[in-house]
Design a protein around this ligand. Structure first.
Ligand code: G3P
Length: 220
């Protein structure tokens, strides 16, 4: 099943009350297309969205800490209580050490939450796959936010990541991201072996996010 994860980053267009409008658009397009669309808003909007819309809500980051003296850190149980059912880990804009990635992953697993470890090349895809997350999302940093789709600019990084992950853990689903916005980008990603996409600006900053989502799923 194809999986689309929409990262809101800190775009104004997806902040506060607007975050719910975009989540509603995701719900509508998910219902009409039958494709799973999840959202990853900013932390303070997790509860607002999960209270209003019945689609999977992910955090953009989680720390591998437990109950205790951890001021300023993100606790997996707290995001779960806020309605999140998963989280990104190690996004290019929030990089972590391998040891911290593992700790964050374990905290999600303990709470039975879905995990998406982001990677920047094939070698890190292999390393992330060895930790057995649910998903690894390959995103070449130089293409993020450019509107140039990874599926066109660097298809080899997707096929090589899929192969690397398969060799290590067949259950890990590889997503790809960076510059994805159109139906042809998603179609190409699937044809290259990805199980879905992680995307942001092409939808969040679109004049009409719902129309952009409809276009995204139109060729699947
Ligand atoms: O997390 C998704 C992301 O980094 C890709 O961003 O704006 O190129 O879709 P964008």
């Amino acid at each position: 099943m194809v999986f689309i994860l929409l990262n809101y980053k800190t775009f104004d267009e997806g902040t506060g009350a607007k975050s719910v409008d975009i989540a509603r658009a995701c719900r509508d397009v998910s219902e009409s297309s039958g494709i799973e669309i999840a959202v990853a808003p900013q932390f303070p909007d997790l509860f607002r969205i999960s209270s209003a819309v019945d689609i999977p809500v992910f955090a953009q980051h989680v720390d591998g800490i437990g109950s205790g003296s951890n001021t300023g850190q993100i606790y997996s149980r707290c995001i779960r209580e806020a309605g999140a059912s998963g989280s990104l880990i190690n996004h290019s804009e929030k990089r972590m050490t391998l040891a911290d990635i593992e700790r964050s992953l374990l905290s999600l697993k303990e709470n039975r939450m879905r995990s998406v470890i982001c990677t920047n090349n094939v070698a890190t895809t292999a390393a992330a796959s060895a930790l057995s997350p649910d998903y690894v999302a390959i995103e070449p940093p130089e293409l993020i936010g450019t509107g140039v789709p990874v599926s066109k600019a660097n298809p080899g990084i997707i096929t090589d990541s899929v192969e690397a992950a398969r060799k290590i853990d067949k259950k890990v689903v590889v997503l790809c991201g960076a510059g994805i916005s159109k139906g042809e980008d998603l179609k190409a990603a699937i044809e290259l072996g990805a199980g879905g996409v992680l995307l942001a600006s092409g939808i969040i900053k679109a004049k009409d996010p719902k129309a952009a989502l409809e276009d995204l799923v139109s060729l699947i």
